[in-house]
Design a protein around this ligand. Structure first.
Ligand code: FES
Length: 216
C-alpha cells in the first residue's frame, strides 16, 4: 500500500487539506496568529479553532499550494488572484500565483491551480515542483534584468508547460518579480530556466542543452 500523502483536517464549516508532496515547509501557516496550525500538536491543523474567514486567509498564504480549503461538500472555493505573478526567490524556487494551469500536474493537486513553488535549480526530484534540493547548493540571488513588454491587459489563465529537458514555457499574462519584491518584467510569453545554468536567469538561454539537463 502506498504511503498516504494527502491529509484532510475536518472542521464544522470548512475543511483543510495538506498535500505532503508539495510542502516545502516555508512555514507561513505555522507563523500565523491563532491556533489553526500548531506544530507538534495532534492533529496539527484544527479548522474549528479559527473562523472560516481566517482559515481561508491563512491557507491562501501557502506559497507552494500544499494547503487548500474545502467546503463541507468537498468543493474548492478559492478564487485565483486577479494578477498572475512569479517571484524569483533568493537561492530558491519560482513562487507562482494566479490563475494557473501547470501542464502535467495531477488532478488531485488542486492547490497548484492557485499557488505553486516551481524548481529552478534543476535538482528537484519532484519536478516541476520544488522539493528544497536547492538548499545549500543553488546560487542565484533572484535579480531580473529584462523588462519585457508592458501588458495591455492582465489576468486570464497562465499556462506553464515544463518542456522535456528544457525550460518552463509561459503563455498568458504574467508579471515577474525579482527577489527584492520589485516588479521587473511584464509579458505574455517567456521561457524560464529550470536547469539552473542559464547566464540570463530567470530566462532560458539554451544552456540546458550544453549541460545535458534531464528533467526526468
Ligand atoms: S532551462 Fe536552463 S538554460 Fe534553458
Amino acid at each position: 500500500m502506498s504511503k498516504k500523502q494527502v491529509f484532510l483536517y475536518k472542521g464544522t464549516e470548512i475543511d483543510v487539506e495538506w498535500d505532503e508532496r508539495l510542502c516545502i515547509h516555508i512555514g507561513e501557516c505555522g507563523y500565523s496568529k491563532g491556533e489553526l496550525f500548531v506544530a507538534g500538536r495532534d492533529p496539527w491543523c484544527q479548522p474549528d479553532l479559527s473562523s472560516p474567514g481566517e482559515v481561508k486567509e491563512i491557507v491562501e498564504r501557502c506559497p507552494s499550494g500544499a494547503l487548500v480549503y474545502r467546503t463541507k461538500s468537498g468543493q474548492i472555493s478559492e478564487s485565483a488572484s486577479l494578477e498572475n505573478s512569479i517571484t524569483v526567490s533568493y537561492q530558491g524556487p519560482y513562487f507562482v500565483k494566479g490563475n494557473l494551469a501547470v501542464e502535467g500536474s495531477p488532478d488531485d493537486m488542486p492547490g497548484v491551480r492557485f499557488r505553486a513553488a516551481l524548481c529552478r535549480c534543476g535538482l528537484s526530484k519532484n519536478k516541476p515542483f520544488c522539493d528544497n534540493s536547492h538548499e545549500g547548493v543553488f546560487k542565484d540571488y533572484g535579480a531580473v534584468g529584462e523588462r519585457g513588454e508592458p501588458l495591455e491587459e492582465s489576468g486570464g489563465e497562465l499556462n506553464i508547460t515544463p518542456l522535456p529537458d528544457g525550460p518552463l514555457l509561459l503563455s498568458g499574462n504574467v508579471t515577474i518579480k525579482a527577489s527584492s519584491g520589485r516588479t521587473a518584467w511584464h509579458g505574455s510569453k517567456a521561457a524560464l530556466c529550470r536547469c539552473g545554468s542559464s547566464k540570463n536567469k530567470p530566462f532560458c538561454d539554451g544552456a540546458h542543452k550544453s549541460i545535458g539537463f534531464k528533467s526526468d
